[in-house]
Ligand binder design. Structure first.
Ligand code: NAI
Length: 639
């Protein structure tokens, strides 16, 4: 005989001293899935029918009241009752309904709370309501706050201006429309508008993109090592190098409450490094987000040093010195000599071979890549780069550090550029090819912004400093495939010292130290000159073609990164591009975007582009295989 365990009831009902207790018990956050909606509707009906019940109390079990809709149901056929029906039933109840809110009441949870007649954070209040005569008090009848029409309209207009700044996002403006409808029409009309706009949001591809991002950001936390090993303890940390990255990493560590020793090569460089850290906090003081006393308190956790013995007690050290293998070797040799056994030794290198760094010391099992992004105290992504000999608990410690620093960790394998910079190098190359073939850098940046990136590739280069990419290109020159197409335009700018914002000009001009660039006719002249040298007859590109080539290059390299096991799953590529490279989160990331466009179309584009340049446009085997099998990248996300 088969015994099926009945599904646990997510809504409990009991009556105690004339009060019906409706308890939502749907871990982890009491999301409003269909079973909860049904349970709430039934419980309200039961309370309504029970003459012994004088009042109703809705509470959430666990940490949350109700933290919103169950977004797993979005995109599937809707199952009754809808949330508005449940809310209407609560509001229509002829007995006073009190929502006891002890934790998050988000989204639909707030709607449930609002549909109750009273909202409290103490339970005893229900007795008080009953003692006072316990009248029903429906939110839909509360119109006092809407009396000052001009003030309400001004608030709505301000909210509309605010959401307009959220580039490309569809849904925030709809919420403002809902509030406007509530102000302009009847309560019922408002509900109808709300439903209609909600359905528009549901039908938008942004819904699918955002939900993918939400779950991918949780899924990246799972790696083979976080499942198999426990992290080592991290309290005292060391940072080597107080330049752009080292200073930002120090701030990130201090903000997480860790004790930091910042080590530089000499006293002058140390003073500069410490000043860089102080400057970040001065910026917060200027914005009134920190007091001078607050800064002083934080800085008591920071020690400067020039002698490696200061790192003897560190649990974890992050090296952020010059991107030069010889310098890295020298630093790791010193760490090997002074650090206590079990200390995690991390490098923030962008491109260098971490296996080579690890293998040169006596404890390769303790060496890992922790690749932060600039500015390191702001950017959310942390690539956790896993060399061959590292032990699992060191990898788990990398994930633990990300948790402490409130960063989004993505596990990456060792290769030139890991996940993010490797893919960046490819789509930037595609952009350079398009530029040499006839598009201006400004058109390409514009295309990227219209897609939803905050900046295009040339604006990014001007912000980061053109010299960084130039150094990498020079390093790679010896190993570059001589058959591969090489565009010299960026080098020509660098040779003139045009590195971007810090030199006042790069791809753009930055007159008088401004940070918003203006197109530079001299750059366009250099582009034209280089086209002529390369024997290219420039042609026009539509915005659509620019976008298709840019995205196809990104997706194809992303597929190669997954195929080689550098990224665990396509979703790791998605999270990397979203949190480190400005890919719009509402599009889900490049691999999700590819699934939504359709992999056959992406592969078809690559084949077409390959007619001109088969060397660059070699389709990833994984992409070819998925198209053959009629599958999507999503099928590889399920581990
Ligand atoms: P940077 O040139 O601003 O800073 C390097 C610092 O290291 C300097 O302050 C220098 O005095 C110090 N230093 C050099 N040799 C040293 C030694 N032997 N001992 C102690 N300190 C020493 O460079 P940046 O941009 O901060 O880069 C550092 C590392 O971070 C590089 O490996 C780079 O590839 C990587 N990285 C850089 C990113 C960026 O956007 N700038 C992003 C992610 C990683």
């Amino acid at each position: 005989m088969k015994h099926d365990n009945p599904a646990p009831q997510p809504v409990h009902y009991r009556v105690h001293q004339h009060i019906a207790h409706i308890v939502v018990d749907n871990p982890p956050v009491n999301a409003l899935g269909v079973a909860v909606r049904r349970g709430l509707q039934q419980a309200i009906a039961q309370a309504q029918a029970d003459a012994d019940v004088h009042a109703v109390l809705i509470v959430g079990q666990g940490k949350a009241f109700i933290a919103g809709a169950d977004i797993r149901e979005f995109g599937l056929p809707p199952l009754p009752p809808s949330l508005p029906d449940v809310c209407n039933a609560i509001e229509a109840c002829s007995k006073p309904v009190v929502a006891a809110i002890h934790g998050p009441a988000l989204g639909g949870g707030l709607e449930v709370a609002m549909s109750a007649h009273y909202r409290v954070a103490s339970l005893a209040y229900v007795r008080h309501v009953l003692g006072e005569g316990g009248a029903v008090r429906r939110t839909c009848d509360q119109t006092d706050a809407m009396a000052d029409r001009a003030q309400q309209q001004a608030a709505i207009d301000a909210a509309r201006a605010e959401v307009a700044r959220k580039r490309g996002l569809f849904s925030p403006a709809k919420i403002v429309d809902c509030v406007q409808a509530a102000l302009d029409g009847s309560f019922e009309g408002g509900l109808r508008t709300e439903r209609m706009l909600f359905e528009q949001c549901m039908a938008s591809p942004q819904r699918a993109g955002l939900i993918h991002s939400f779950f991918a950001e949780r899924e990246v936390l799972k790696s083979p090592e976080t499942k198999s090993a426990k992290p080592r303890s991290i309290k005292e940390v060391g940072v080597i190098g107080g330049g752009t990255m080292g200073a930002g990493i120090t701030v990130a560590m201090l903000d997480a409450g860790l004790h930091v020793t910042l080590l530089e090569r000499d006293e002058t460089a140390l003073a500069q490094g410490l000043a860089r850290v102080g400057k970040v906090y001065d910026g917060l003081i200027a914005k009134q987000r920190l007091t001078p006393e607050g800064k002083a308190a934080i800085l008591t956790h920071l020690t400067g040093a020039t002698d490696y013995s200061a790192l003897a007690q560190a649990d974890l050290v992050v090296e952020a010195v010059f991107e030069d293998m010889a310098v890295k070797h020298a630093v790791f040799k010193q760490l090997d000599a002074v650090c206590k056994p079990g200390a995690v030794l991390a490098t923030n290198t962008s491109y260098l071979d971490i296996n080579e760094i690890a293998n040169a010391i006596f404890r390769p099992q303790d060496v890992i890549g922790l690749h932060f992004f600039s500015p390191a105290n702001i950017m959310k992504l942390l690539e956790i780069v896993v060399p061959a000999k590292v032990s699992a608990d060191v990898v788990a410690t990398g994930f633990e550090l990300a948790r402490l620093l409130k960063k989004v960790p993505v596990r990456a394998g060792v290769c030139d550029g890991f996940i993010g910079n490797r893919i960046l190098a490819t789509y930037r190359t595609a952009a350079d090819h398009m530029m040499e073939d006839g598009a201006s850098p400004y058109e390409i940046d514009q295309m990227a912004r219209s897609f939803g990136f905050p900046m295009g590739p040339y604006e990014v280069s001007d912000l980061a400093g053109g010299d960084i990419g130039w150094a990498t290109r020079k390093r790679r020159a010896a190993t570059r495939d001589p058959k591969a197409r090489y565009v010299h335009i960026a080098d020509k700018l660098c040779e003139r010292g045009w590195f971007g914002q810090k030199t006042g000009r790069g791809w753009y001009l930055y007159p008088n130290g401004t940070r918003t660039g203006v197109p530079d006719p001299e750059v366009l002249a250099i582009v034209a000159e280089e086209r002529a040298k390369a024997g290219v007859t420039p042609r026009a590109f539509t915005a659509d073609e620019l976008q298709r080539r840019y995205l196809a290059a990104m997706i194809n390299e992303g597929a190669k990164v997954v195929e080689e096991g550098i990224a665990l799953r396509p979703l790791d590529v998605d999270v990397t591009l979203v949190h480190g490279y400005g890919f719009p989160r509402w599009r889900g990331g490049p691999m999700k975007y590819a699934d939504m466009v359709g992999l056959p179309q992406i592969l078809g584009d690559i084949h077409t582009f390959a007619l001109d340049d088969p060397q660059f446009w070699q389709p990833a085997d994984l992409l070819v295989q998925l198209v053959k099998e009629g599958r999507e990248f999503e099928s590889l996300n399920k581990t």
